[in-house]
Write a protein of this length. Structure first.
Length: 398
C-alpha cells in the first residue's frame, strides 16, 4: 500500500476504532439475555429498552459529519474514543433500567461519530481506497463477530456490568494512543488529500438518491441480522441445546467468516464497475431472504445471507467517496449512515414485534425480502445511470 508512516499508524488506530464502534453497540443485545431473570423483564421488553441506544446511533451521525468538516476529523475522532469509554463505564454502573437506557443512548451517540469521520479519513489515505475500505470493513465486522461471544463470556464470568466496563477501558487506552500521535494524524489528513482522485462526472443527485435507498433498506437487513443473530440461532431446533456462550461462539464464527467477503470485494472494486457489483450482491440477498421466509431457516442459507450483506458495505462507501468532493465527503457519509445506522432502531422493534414462539422469525425474513427488492431496484437504477453518463461522455468526445 502506498501509505506514509503516519498514514499507516493512523489507519491502524482507525481500524481499531471501527472494531470498537460495532462491538460497543452490540453489547446490549447479548447482555439483555442475562437480564431477563434478574430484572424480571422479557427479551422483547429489554430490546425496546435498548432501542434508545440504536436511535442515538443513527441520530448522532449527521452532526458528527458536520462537525468533522468544520472542526477537523482527527479532533472529532478523539472525542469518539474517550466519549465511548465514558459511556461504557456509565452503563456498567447503571442501577436501573432507565439509567441503563440512558447510558446505552450515550454509547450510541459517541459510536455514531466513527463512520462519517473515520471513513472520510481512510478514503484519502491511499489511491487504493477500495482495498483500504475493505480491510477497515473487516475490522468492523470482527467487532460485530466478537461482540456476542465476548459479552457472553464477560457476563458469565464476571457479571453483566463488566461486559460494558472492560471494552470501555480498552476504548480509553486506544484513545490515549490516538492522542499520542494526534499532531501527525492532523497533518496526515491534509497530506492524504493528494491521493484523492477527482469526483467522477455523473448525475450525483440520482446516484446519491439510489445510495440512500440502499442504505436505508440494506441497513435494516444488516442491523436486523447482526442484532438478532444470537436469538435467531438460539431458537433453531438444531441449536436449542446449546448454552448462550456456545450460541455466541457460533454467531461469532458466522460473522467472522462473512466479514472476509469484504476483502474479496475490495479487490474487485478496482477491476469491475462498483455499481454492477452492488446490484449483483443485493439481488443475491433478496433471494436468500425469500428462501428463509418460505422454508425452514438453515445455517447455510443464513450464512450466505450474512456473507453478501457484509460484501455490500465497502461498495456503498467506495461509490460515495468516488463521487463526493472532499469538502463535503464527511457530510455525504453522514447522510448515508444516518439512514443505515438509524435503521437499527427499526431493527430492534422489528425483532421484538415479529418474533413468534412457533414460526420464530419468518415474518421478519419476509419483510426483509421486500425491503431488499427495493435495494435491487435502486441498484439497477445506478447501473443504468452510470451507463447513460458513460454514453454521454463518449458522445461528447466523438
Amino acid at each position: 500500500m502506498d501509505m506514509e508512516r503516519d498514514h499507516r499508524h493512523h489507519f491502524s488506530l482507525l481500524n481499531m476504532g471501527h472494531l470498537l464502534t460495532h462491538y460497543l453497540v452490540l453489547i446490549f443485545p447479548t447482555v439483555a439475555l442475562f437480564l431477563v431473570k434478574p430484572w424480571q423483564m422479557s427479551y422483547p421488553q429489554l430490546l425496546k429498552l435498548g432501542s434508545f441506544g440504536a436511535l442515538m446511533y443513527g441520530v448522532g451521525v449527521l452532526p458528527s459529519g458536520w462537525l468533522a468538516d468544520r472542526l477537523g476529523r482527527a479532533k472529532v475522532m478523539a472525542i469518539f474514543f474517550f466519549g465511548s469509554a465514558l459511556a461504557c463505564v456509565m452503563a456498567g454502573v447503571s442501577q436501573s433500567p432507565f439509567s441503563l437506557m440512558v447510558s446505552t443512548g450515550f454509547i450510541g451517540l459517541f459510536s455514531a461519530i466513527y463512520h462519517p469521520v473515520g471513513l472520510s479519513i481512510i478514503y484519502g489515505l491511499s489511491k487504493k481506497s477500495g482495498r483500504l475500505l475493505a480491510i477497515n470493513g473487516v475490522y468492523g465486522n470482527f467487532g460485530l463477530a466478537i461482540a456476542a461471544v465476548c459479552s457472553s463470556f464477560f457476563a458469565t464470568q464476571f457479571g453483566w456490568r463488566w461486559a460494558f466496563i472492560i471494552p470501555g477501558v480498552v476504548c480509553f487506552i486506544i484513545g490515549l494512543f490516538y492522542l499520542k500521535g494526534f499532531k501527525a494524524y492532523t497533518n496526515s489528513n491534509s497530506l492524504g488529500k493528494q491521493n484523492m482522485p477527482e469526483p467522477e462526472p455523473v448525475n450525483m443527485k440520482a446516484i446519491f438518491s439510489c445510495i440512500l435507498v440502499i442504505a436505508a433498506c440494506g441497513g435494516l437487513a444488516f442491523n436486523s441480522l447482526t442484532t438478532g443473530l444470537p436469538k435467531i440461532l438460539s431458537v433453531e431446533d438444531t441449536l436449542k441445546a446449546y448454552s448462550l456462550v456456545q450460541i455466541g461462539g457460533i454467531a461469532t464464527t458466522v460473522l467472522f467468516v462473512a466479514s472476509l467477503a469484504q476483502l474479496v470485494v475490495g479487490e474487485l472494486l478496482h477491476r469491475f464497475q462498483a455499481e454492477k457489483l452492488l446490484f449483483t450482491i443485493v439481488a443475491i440477498q433478496a433471494i436468500t431472504f425469500g428462501i428463509m421466509a418460505v422454508f425452514q431457516v438453515s445455517l447455510v442459507v443464513l450464512g450466505i445471507s450474512v456473507f453478501f450483506i457484509m460484501a455490500q458495505l465497502p461498495i456503498n462507501d467506495f461509490i460515495i467517496g468516488k463521487h463526493a468532493h472532499d469538502k463535503w465527503r464527511s457530510l455525504f457519509y453522514a447522510l448515508k449512515y444516518t439512514l443505515s445506522l438509524g435503521s437499527a432502531t427499526a431493527a430492534y422493534w422489528l425483532l421484538a414485534s415479529t418474533y413468534n414462539p412457533v414460526s420464530h422469525f419468518k415474518v421478519l425474513f419476509g419483510l426483509l425480502f421486500f425491503f431488499t427488492v427495493a435495494s435491487v431496484m435502486a441498484g439497477l437504477s445506478m447501473v443504468l445511470i452510470k451507463e447513460k453518463s458513460f454514453n454521454q461522455a463518449v458522445s461528447t468526445v466523438n
